[in-house]
Design a binder for this molecule. Structure first.
Ligand code: V47
Length: 402
C-alpha cells in the first residue's frame, strides 16, 4: 500500500519523463523527498535507454595521482599532505614502480620519468586513457605539467591524456609569471598533448557548503570558467558532484541544474561539451569529516538515478565504482547509469580502509563485462570520447556503431 501511495505521488513526474520533458528544480527536490526508489530507478532507466540503449560502457584506463602535496586543506579530503611537514623528512619521494601501493604516511611526488613509466606500462597493457590528477603542489613549475603531457604523448602516442581538474588549471594560472589566462594554460597543455579534462573539483556549487567544507578552494565560478573555456577550445570535459557530507538535497539539485544550464550553452556553441557526469559518493575515512557516516546505498542509488533524470542533456552518467563499490555500481546500471569507470588499477585519493589502505584497486575487463551482463546490459569498451573500441590480435582500433 505504501509503495502504491508513493508511486502515485510521482505520477505527474513519471508522465513528464515518459513524454521526454525536462524536469524542474522542484521536481528534482521531490524525487529526493520520495522513498520510492523503484519508481525513481524505473524512470531513470527510461532516460538511460532512450540515450544509450542497452549499452553499458567501460574503458581500460589507469589513474595516476602524481603528488599528494597540496596547499589546500579541504575537510572532505584524506589525500592531501602538507608540504612543509613532509619536506622535513623527504621532499621528493622517488617512488619506483614496485612500490606502488605501499602504505605510507607521508607526502610524495612522482618524478616525470615515473609518471611516464606508469603511463607506458598502462599503454602496453592496453589502456586507452590515463587519468592524471594531484594536489595543488606549492613549488612545481608549470613546465613540469607541460613536460608531463609531452613525455606521455611521446611514449604513448595514441593514449588519451585526461588530466588536471579545473582547480589545478586555476592553480597553473597563478604559478606562471607573468600570469597566464585560463585559455592560454589550456592551449599550452593541449599543444603538449592534453586531450580532455576530468570532472573533479566541482564538489557542490553552493556558497554555504563551500565556506563550511572547502573554503580556500576555487569556487563555482572558477570551475565553470575553466570548463566553459575548454569547451570553447574544443576540449571535451566531464563534471562531478561530491555528495553525502554537509550538503542538502536542494543543493545537489541546484548543482545539477547549473551544470545543465552550462551544457545547454556549450551545446549551442557546438565545439565541445560535457561527456559525462560522475556523482562521487563521499568517503569520510581519514578526512576531517570522518565523524560523518557518508551516503547510504539507498542515497547512492537515488543520486545516480536523479542525476540521470535531471541531466537530460549530458549523454552519460558514470558510476565511479571506487567510491560507490563495484557491487552497488553494478546495481546502478538499472538505475540510470550507463558507464563504469574503469579498470583504474591504482587509486590514491580515496581508499576504503582509510589513509593506510592499499592503492591497488582494480576491476579486470572480464569482471567488468560479467558485472554488466548480469545486470542485463551489453558491455561496450569505449575510448574517452565514447567511441567503441575493437581489440584484435593484441591491438586496438576504433570500431563502428556500438
Ligand atoms: O576532485 C576527494 C573527490 C575527486 C573525496 O572525470 C572525494 O571521468 C569522495 O573527479 N570521497 C577526484 N570523493 C575524482 C574525480 C573523478 C573520478 C572518476 C572519474 C572522473 C572523470 C573524475 O574526488 C576530487 C574530489 O571531488 N574526492 N576526496 C572523498 N573523501
Amino acid at each position: 500500500m505504501v509503495a502504491t501511495q508513493t508511486a502515485s505521488s510521482l505520477a505527474d513526474i513519471a508522465a513528464r519523463v515518459e513524454a521526454g520533458a525536462r524536469l524542474t528544480f522542484d521536481e528534482g527536490v521531490r524525487l529526493y523527498a520520495s522513498r520510492d526508489i523503484h519508481e525513481i530507478g524505473r524512470l531513470a532507466n527510461i532516460v538511460r535507454r532512450r540515450l544509450n540503449g542497452d549499452r553499458a560502457y567501460f574503458n581500460i584506463n589507469r589513474h595516476i595521482n602524481y603528488s599528494n602535496f597540496c596547499v589546500l586543506r579541504c575537510k572532505f579530503c584524506s589525500f592531501y599532505r602538507p608540504y612543509a611537514k613532509a619536506g622535513q623528512a623527504s621532499k621528493v619521494a622517488d617512488l619506483r614502480l614496485p612500490q606502488i601501493g605501499a602504505p605510507r604516511d607521508d607526502g610524495y611526488e612522482l618524478s616525470l620519468d615515473d609518471i611516464t613509466a606508469r603511463a607506458r606500462e598502462a599503454y602496453d597493457a592496453g589502456a586507452t586513457e590515463v587519468h592524471i590528477v594531484g594536489g595543488l603542489h606549492p613549488t612545481l613549475p608549470f613546465d613540469f605539467y607541460l613536460d608531463m603531457c609531452r613525455q606521455i604523448r611521446a611514449a604513448c602516442p595514441r593514449i588519451c591524456i585526461k588530466a588536471f581538474t579545473a582547480i589545478e588549471i586555476i592553480h597553473f594560472t597563478r604559478i606562471t609569471r607573468p600570469r597566464l589566462s585560463i585559455r592560454r594554460v589550456l592551449e599550452q597543455l593541449r599543444d603538449a598533448g592534453l586531450d580532455t579534462l576530468p570532472g573533479g573539483g566541482a564538489e557542490i556549487f553552493d556558497d554555504r557548503v563551500h565556506d563550511e567544507v572547502y573554503q580556500s578552494k576555487v569556487g563555482e565560478q572558477g570551475w565553470f570558467d575553466v570548463h566553459r573555456t575548454a569547451h570553447e577550445l574544443g576540449i571535451p570535459t566531464n563534471a562531478t558532484m561530491l555528495y553525502g557530507h554537509v550538503e542538502r538535497p536542494e543543493e545537489r539539485i541546484r548543482h545539477m541544474v547549473k551544470l545543465r544550464e552550462q551544457q545547454d550553452a556549450s551545446l549551442r556553441t557546438g565545439t565541445a561539451a560535457f561527456n559525462c557526469f560522475i556523482p562521487l559518493s563521499f568517503i569520510p575515512d581519514g578526512s576531517a569529516l570522518a565523524d560523518l557516516p557518508g551516503p547510504t546505498g539507498f542515497d547512492d542509488l537515488k543520486t545516480l538515478a536523479i542525476s540521470r533524470l535531471m541531466l537530460d542533456n549530458i549523454p552519460h552518467i558514470k558510476a565511479f565504482w571506487i567510491m560507490q563499490s563495484a557491487k552497488l555500481a553494478q546495481v546502478s546500471l538499472n538505475w540510470g547509469v550507463d558507464d563504469l569507470d574503469g579498470t583504474v588499477v591504482y587509486y590514491d585519493i580515496t581508499k576504503r580502509e582509510g589513509g593506510a589502505g592499499n592503492t591497488h584497486q582494480e576491476l579486470t575487463v572480464d569482471q567488468m563485462r560479467s558485472l554488466m551482463r548480469e545486470a542485463g546490459c551489453r558491455p561496450v569498451e569505449r575510448d574517452s570520447l565514447y567511441r567503441p573500441v575493437v581489440r584484435e590480435n593484441g591491438a586496438w582500433r576504433l570500431g563502428g556503431a556500438a
